[in-house]
Ligand binder design. Sequence first.
Ligand code: MLT
Length: 404
Amino acid sequence: MFKVNDNYLKLPGSYLFSTIAKKVSAYQAEHPDQSIIRLGIGDVTQPLAPAIIEALHSAVDEMADAATFKGYAPDLGYEFLRNAIAEHDYHELGCEIAADEIFVSDGAKCDSGNIQEIFSTDNKIAVCDPVYPVYIDTNVMAGRTGTYDPDREVWSDVIYMPCTEANGFVPELPKETPDLIYLCFPNNPTGSAITKAQLQEWVDYANRVGAVIIYDAAYEAYISEEGIPHTIFECEGARTCAIELRSFSKKAGFTGTRLGYTVIPKDLKSGDVTLHSLWARRHGTKYNGAPYIVQRAGEAVYSPEGKAQLEKQIAYYMKNAKVIKEGLAEAGYSVSGGVNAPYIWLKAPGRMTSWEFFDYLLERANVVGTPGSGFGPSGEGYFRLTAFGTYENTVAAIERIKAI
Ligand code: MLT
């Protein structure tokens, strides 16, 4: 008789964004005349930039001709894309990352969920609280998190690192020593950023205690201030303790096209075993590569035209962030984020819980956001809005919120 992986049964509820989608659909079905503005999930709304569309068209044409047709992609990604990434995302910043330390994939969500597979199930993870739920849920599925306390909404074997107003939403070094540390900066969900000096402390700490930092830099393209690192490899010593996850979703609008990559330096070892070799083995066994046409589209992100067009696209979303942040501040809300990240983190008014505020906004303003408590216990009483809507919808949403 077969048995299921009963770690899955420990997971409370459904995935955060699926729960929200279900709630919103149910509300819309009951109120078909109301026009709902969705600023919940961080999904982009602007079309792919012209340089990317051109690259896609031309790659599609190649697939129509036997002389240029492509079958399986190389396991770890096409050289043309890995070289472009190494040059533009690392060498231009003075970071020493080789093209063969870059693993191209179909997105950072999958990589952030799958990366835990190359570590022992005995490893103890440390996460920011609040946190992107994928890091925890995938460790639950692997059996690494112990038991769930539904009252406190925490797992017994996870080290939670509170990110609060008091610490500027940047965690302090944990008292208990972790094996794996998940950091995401610019941060999802709080929209906070970490300075290079702060990140250097984490790198030094990880090297000192023998931990690995899994650094999710999916939102780095939104950094607008000086002194904020675009990659953990700007820090000295990161090659021996860090893995970096990157995404084309938010940087270039690929949420529906799917492309990302993971960097594992060859200097990152457990004894004689490189994590690079384990991830390469996993990739080769379980993955057949992102589609050729999508990798060509990814290459266009780094062309001069692509870069200029994407700069405008990011400015468009960051204008939304400003509208949200300033509008809510004027209305008396306490807000943070939105300067180096496309997320605005606000305090629910009065003593409302995050989910009470979710219902209140949905019912009174027909605006959807994400309840902070869905990201962890320290998110209770907070709420996240995304800047990825259209400008018109963003302005309308803030007007509606101000009016209630
Ligand atoms: C979010 O809204 O947190 C993100 O869009 C989720 C994701 O990138 O998977």
